[in-house]
Design a protein around this ligand. Structure first.
Ligand code: XMP
Length: 508
């Protein structure tokens, strides 16, 4: 295992992902948290930071102390902190250096093994290391900075390295190789952390945690809850009680399709048709926040009721993933913010259950790989994200069964069209939005006065920022035609060309 000490860099999660791509397990921890050493911990990486090491409130760790027990690699701020603390000089540079730079190797150290003599790296820093501490060796430069990579000489207990550039980002073309050298050759990691080993270890750990107790879990048809449930199922079989609620605002035929998939996987899941209950509660409500609260609250009610029909449940399974729980260092302070996230609207207060969260340390793409290892069908693993409040936040204004039906049919034409034209996997998320706007049209000789439908498709990495997908005009024309001809009640289709920010992905 590798520990990444976070100093608040926007790239810290990328370091973690790069380490894991090398099949080495790692965790991110705020730099000021005490380090718990165990036999599995093999090395430490210090992240970048928006701070300058010369700031009065610059985040600090004792690098010399760290090297007493483990190899250390400092990246950007981590490298500057190392250099300054051990006697070097770091100053604000005259030229800030952002973006591409050309790395020139000066020395063939094991960290730069197999790296080309000249390679492209990515820089993002305002300070520069001007002098190394005594006895440190220079390993590489770029055209604009004198010290781009360095190592300490043998006077420390363990190897100590610094890189001014960011090996973790995509544009550092040989960065992954450098990280891998650090992990394998310097820290002695074996690279044995794979989806298969994760499944084995997790199933063993779940068996230990759960024993012969019962676990209840809400499933949503999404990737995270399905993979989490499948792992728990592997560990305890029929003692996992899954519940999948039809809240009336799922996609067309989704309830049955998802239940069928669960049956194929062998999960013990009860489908609960609560459509009427949700429609009654939603009747007459048009405020987006109110709709969200009603869906969340009603869900808990239904789930709670179902849970009480199963005797002696002690644990609650959840599909929480790593980005939901990473403690990150805030740039406004250095204080700590913790995001807590409940996919299904939070825990019922009345149920004091122990949590089972087998995906708590995985990134989304790792969840997909574990899912594939578990034999979960690819179409489920590659599904677009779908919001908990479902179509309720894609029907602007009041929700009625008729509107749900209209939107379900139009949305299905759009989504199936994307799949048929091999566009589904090229966009990050797509869906249709029913607007509370009627307009005049003409069909045959008849005047129509019907609803407007907006199509939304975006490209994104994590949903935090997004661009509208540049779908082919011919495709949009085809879908528009299909919808207007087949869905009576919609006579106009528009395409949303807003990015996030300033817009959001969903309209409510
Ligand atoms: P926005 O609209 O904020 O959406 O740009 C970003 C991502 O989050 C999803 N989303 C939700 N997911 N409950 C959820 O589980 C919600 O209330 C919710 N609101 C938005 C949205 O679909 C997109 O993927």
């Amino acid at each position: 295992k590798i520990l990444i000490l976070d100093f608040g860099s926007q790239y810290t999660q990328l370091i973690a992902r790069a380490v894991r791509e090398a099949n080495v397990y790692c965790e991110i921890t705020p730099y000021h948290k005490p380090i718990v050493k165990d036999e599995f911990l093999k090395g430490i990486i210090l992240s970048g930071s928006p701070f300058s090491v010369n700031d009065a409130n610059a985040p600090f760790v004792d690098v010399e102390l760290l090297t007493k027990s483990l190899p250390v690699l400092g990246i950007c701020y981590g490298a500057q902190l190392t250099a300054k603390q051990l006697g070097g000089r770091v100053e604000k540079s005259e030229k800030r250096e952002y973006g591409r730079a050309t790395l020139r190797k000066k020395e063939d150290d094991v960290l730069l093994k197999d790296v080309s003599d000249v390679s492209q790296v990515w820089m993002s820093h305002a300070d520069t290391i001007l002098e190394l501490p005594k006895g440190f060796e220079l390993m590489a430069v770029t055209d604009s900075i004198p010290i781009a990579a360095f190592r300490a000489n043998g006077s420390y207990d363990h190897p100590l390295y610094g890189l001014q550039f960011h090996p973790e980002v995509y544009h550092s073309t040989e960065g992954k190789k450098i990280l891998k050298n650090f992990l394998m050759d310097i820290c002695g990691c074996k690279g044995e952390w794979t989806p298969a080993s994760f499944v084995n270890e997790t199933v063993d750990a779940l068996k230990k945690q759960i024993g012969n107790r019962k676990v209840i879990m809400a499933l949503s048809g999404g990737v995270d809850s399905t993979v989490a449930a499948t792992l728990i199922h592997r560990a305890i079989g029929k003692n996992l009680f899954g519940i999948f609620v039809d809240n009336g605002v799922l996609r067309k035929d989704e309830f049955q399709q998802v239940l069928d998939t669960y049956a194929t996987i062998g999960l013990n899941v009860k489908g609960v048709d609560a459509r009427e209950h949700f429609y009654t509660k939603l009747a007459g409500k048009s405020n987006p926040e109110e709709k969200r609260k009603i869906i969340g609250g009603t869900f808990i009610e239904v789930f709670d009721r179902e849970a009480h029909t199963i005797e002696g449940v002690e644990l609650l399974g959840q599909g929480t993933i790593y980005p939901d729980v990473i403690e990150s260092v805030s740039v406004h302070g250095p204080s700590v913010t913790i995001k807590s996230h409940h996919n299904v609207g939070g825990l019922p207060d009345t149920m004091k259950l122990e949590l089972v969260e087998p995906l708590r340390y995985l990134f989304k793409d790792e969840v997909r790989r574990v899912g594939a290892e578990l034999g979960i069908p690819a179409d489920l693993l590659n599904r677009h994200p779908f919001p908990g409040p479902g179509l309720a936040i894609r029907i602007l204004g009041e929700i009625t069964e008729e509107k749900v039906d209209l939107l379900q049919r139009a949305d299905a034409i759009f989504i199936n069209g994307l799949k048929e034209h091999n566009l589904y996997d090229k966009v990050w998320q797509a869906g249709a939005i029913l607007l509370p706007v009627q307009s005049v049209g003409v069909m045959g000789d008849e005047r129509t006065y019907e609803f407007t439908l907006a199509l939304r498709a975006v490209t994104s990495v994590d949903g935090m920022t997004a661009d509208w997908a540049h779908l082919p005009y011919e495709f949009l024309a085809h879908i528009s035609n299909e919808i207007i001809n087949k869905v009576r009640g919609i006579n106009r289709v528009v395409y949303d060309i807003s990015s996030k920010p300033p817009a959001t992905i969903e309209w409510e």
